[in-house]
Design a protein around this ligand. Structure first.
Ligand code: GLC
Length: 753
């Protein structure tokens, strides 16, 4: 009798086949034992259900499903409930399409704006990524559908993604790259965790026991299924299973034979195989049993939801008196840009969806403009070739129009899974067009459709408004029109900094590496953690986003209640219309044992406030979220002292702040004779012991060192300085007495005379 009753009676071949996957999207069924096959399919912002011609790059056809806003867009909503609702809808669609596990959310961190899959990830910040990812998973699970949080871990680029080794120090891994995964695991228990292709510090994640077992299982107590990214275990499935992999996808059959050989030859403990197979059986029997959950798929309702999410994800970066447009005034609206007619709404690769519908912004603007004439000019072609005639026509239309709305963005071939960008710039033909248009009309609004951040610096000063729609899904066109005309009040805020230039980014010298390794040399200083710590100007900061109304922040209160901070603030809508405000909470820590960013996001709440009204916002932040990873003691610790809690409209727009004192948990560094003299004087007991000894035996008392001498002496280890400063007694004896006195004081602090 083994410890895994779920696999009781299964042969070695059965168990190996459960782990090895059966087909591209299926696990193995074992009918005689009532074990069904699990169907997995891509997400994360739509169900890509393929029944013929399977692939993991979005090449072959898939059944139509709702193309929801990509993560780059939905993250800008900062709205847990909205992401949860998206997860519910995806769960309904997955069920309707016969899918048991939807492969998402993607919570890798945007350490560079150039990563080709940034459209598929949420943020540069792990808290925001983890909170939104967990909300998405909880929504999906409510429909009995499993998730697959991906790509565990440090898969933050596409260049050489199947071979590169991310060289990351442990503190950076834990505080930045593992943190979002930990939050999703802790707050939503996803059915599976997907292992990335890359290596970390020279060890492929797929066979990295520290990451797959010590961290995921032993520290985080994760009890779901660890599944490979497609083909990630191809080189050595036995090593992968030994390290903690449970499911090798896609099913190729090769894995099965290797596993049987390994167990037969004794190189793989059958108990490990049993554990993995048992987890797969549990997954299958749980999820497939939920298929009864399937409810009718309301395509129109999901399209409306996609539009609502896109509306709440649009970020109004700039608005100087031109938005919202009104249908009530006269004057032509010139709509320029092929993306107004041919929407740019999703990314390329495994997440590529066949949408159920597709709204064009041009149609939506025409519907919404009332009697105003709408004149459309494509201005550029999607192949990026400069077309003089198109430009001239667009400029002429802009010249004669009252308002101009220009739809720009990154063409599909500029950003995708499998490769990274080499520039942040918009295509040259689009920039040339915009420059000409801005020279003939001063009421220009630019609407952007892009997954990765684009440079706005060269041109933002010459336009009146900028609306960032990201890759906003199949309804982004109508959502953009709704925001432009003010039917929806913009509330989105940046989940990623827009730098002035690529060269300003902290990963600039270390992206994408040299083909073998990529050094995470910026350490924890990713995104705003870098820009704010070095006070570097940015085009638009993390957390920035405008509204058609305005908000006041008042009456901040911070308390410690049990093991959490309770932060309360009153938000008043002081503007002309109802709106939603994303309130951000940052922590400025006291000096601690490690260097730290100047501030870090510790919480956020989105609140809807009617014009003229006030709402009291309360948030609870676990004290553990203020901790840092101590390199010295290899554990999470809390710095001792006064934290400044900031309440902000963005990382650069701090509205209120208050101090709160917290007792630290930093373990006192053991004082030894190799410790610096300054460390002894900084320690209450150490100072007493050292002063007593100096008073008795020193040729020069510590008090005699003047300000010029002290900085030279205090950093010196006792073993070096004492023999020079206290020659009345040989050092070995002196040192022993000092340590003896210290231990007496430690044992009986009141004995401090
Ligand atoms: C791809 C992607 C992963 C996707 C999987 C299946 O290579 O990395 O995100 O879920 O394979 O298509």
């Amino acid at each position: 009798m083994n410890n895994y009753p779920l696999i009781e009676g299964l042969s070695l071949e059965d168990k190996a086949s459960l782990i090895s996957g059966f087909a591209f999207w299926n696990t193995t069924a074992i009918e005689t034992s009532g074990i069904p096959s699990v169907v997995l399919s891509d997400g994360p912002h739509g169900v890509r259900r393929q029944e013929q011609g399977a692939d993991h790059l979005g090449i072959n056809a898939a059944r139509p499903s709702t193309a929801f806003p990509t993560a780059s867009a939905s993250a800008s909503s900062w709205d847990r409930d909205l992401l949860g609702t998206m997860g519910v809808a995806l769960g309904v669609e997955a069920r309707a399409l016969g899918v048991d596990v939807l492969l998402g959310p993607g919570v890798n961190i945007k350490r560079s704006p150039l990563c080709g899959r940034n459209f598929e990830y949420f943020s540069e910040d792990p808290l925001l990524s983890g909170e939104l990812g967990a909300a998405w998973v909880r929504g999906l699970k409510s429909q009995g559908v499993g998730a697959s949080v991906k790509h565990y871990v440090a898969n933050d680029q596409e260049t050489d993604r199947m071979s590169i080794s991310a060289e990351v120090d442990e503190r950076t891994l834990r505080e930045i790259y593992l943190k979002a995964f930990h939050r999703v695991v802790a707050k939503s228990s996803p059915a599976t965790v997907m292992v990335a292709y890359n290596a970390v510090n020279g060890e492929p994640v797929i066979s990295n026991h520290w990451l797959l077992t010590q961290i995921l299982r032993e520290e985080w107590a994760y009890d779901g299924v660890v599944v490979s990214d497609w083909g990630a275990a191809a080189s050595d499935v036995v090593a992968a299973v030994r390290a903690g992999l449970d499911l090798d996808m896609p099913g190729t059959g090769a894995g099965s034979a290797a596993l049987i050989d390994a167990v037969t030859s004794g190189t793989l403990d059958e108990a490990i195989l049993d554990r993995a197979a048992s987890r797969v059986v549990e997954l299958a029997t749980t999820l497939v049993g939920n298929r009864a959950h399937a409810s009718d798929l309301d395509v129109d309702a999901h399209h409306a939801l996609a539009r609502k999410i896109a509306e709440q994800s649009g970020v109004l970066l700039k608005n100087e008196g031109v938005l919202p447009l009104t249908a009530e005034t006269a004057g032509t609206i010139a709509v320029v840009g092929e993306f107004a007619r041919t929407p740019r709404y999703q990314g390329a690769g495994s997440s590529h969806i066949v949408p159920t519908r597709l709204d064009s912004a041009l149609d939506a603007i025409r519907e919404r403009a009332g009697d105003r004439l709408v004149h459309f000019e494509p201005g550029f072609t999607l192949d990026g070739k400069h077309n003089v005639e198109l430009v001239d026509r667009a400029v002429a239309a802009a010249h004669d129009a009252t308002d101009v709305v220009v739809f720009l963005g990154l063409p599909p071939e500029d950003e995708s899974e499998a490769f990274d960008r080499v520039t942040m710039d918009l295509p040259a033909d689009q920039l040339a067009l915009l420059q000409r248009i801005a020279s003939v009309n001063d009421r220009v609004t630019v609407v952007l459709s892009n997954g990765g951040v684009v440079s706005v610096e060269p041109w933002r000063g010459s336009v009146a408004a900028i609306l960032e729609m990201w890759l906003g899904g199949q309804a982004a066109g109508s959502a953009a029109a709704s925001l432009l005309f003010g039917d929806a009040n913009p509330s989105g805020k940046l989940a990623e900094t827009i730098p002035l230039a690529l060269a300003d980014t902290s990963s600039f010298h270390n992206f994408p590496g040299n083909g073998q390794t990529v050094l995470y040399g910026e350490r924890i200083y990713v995104g705003y953690r870098h820009f704010d710590s070095v006070r570097h100007d940015v085009a638009y900061p993390f957390g920035h986003g405008l509204s058609y109304t305005s908000f006041k922040y008042q009456d901040l209160r911070v308390d410690v209640i049990e093991d959490a901070l309770e932060v309360q603030v009153t938000i008043t809508n002081s503007g002309p219309r109802d709106g939603a405000e994303i309130v951000q909470f940052y922590s400025v820590p006291p000096k601690s044992g490690e260097d730290r960013p100047t501030h870090e996001l510790i919480g956020f709440e989105k609140v809807t406030v009617q014009t003229g009204a006030s709402v009291r916002v309360t948030t609870r932040i676990p004290l553990g979220d203020l901790d840092y990873w101590s390199i010295k003691s290899r554990q999470w610790v809390r710095a001792d002292g006064v934290y400044t809690i900031q309440v902000a409209a963005s990382s650069r727009d701090i509205r209120l702040e208050a101090g709160i004192e917290l007792v630290g948990t930093e373990p006192a560094r053991p004082l030894t004779l190799d410790s610096a003299m300054g460390d002894w004087f900084a320690d209450a007991d150490g100072a007493v012991a050292l002063q007593e000894m100096m008073a008795q035996f020193a040729t020069r008392g510590s008090g005699e060192w003047d300000d010029a001498t002290r900085p030279l002496v205090l950093p010196m280890p006792l073993r070096t300085i004492l023999p020079m400063a206290a020659s009345k007694l040989p050092f070995p004896v002196l040192g022993e007495r000092l340590l003896q006195r210290l231990s007496e004081l430690r044992a009986d602090p009141i004995g401090r005379s």
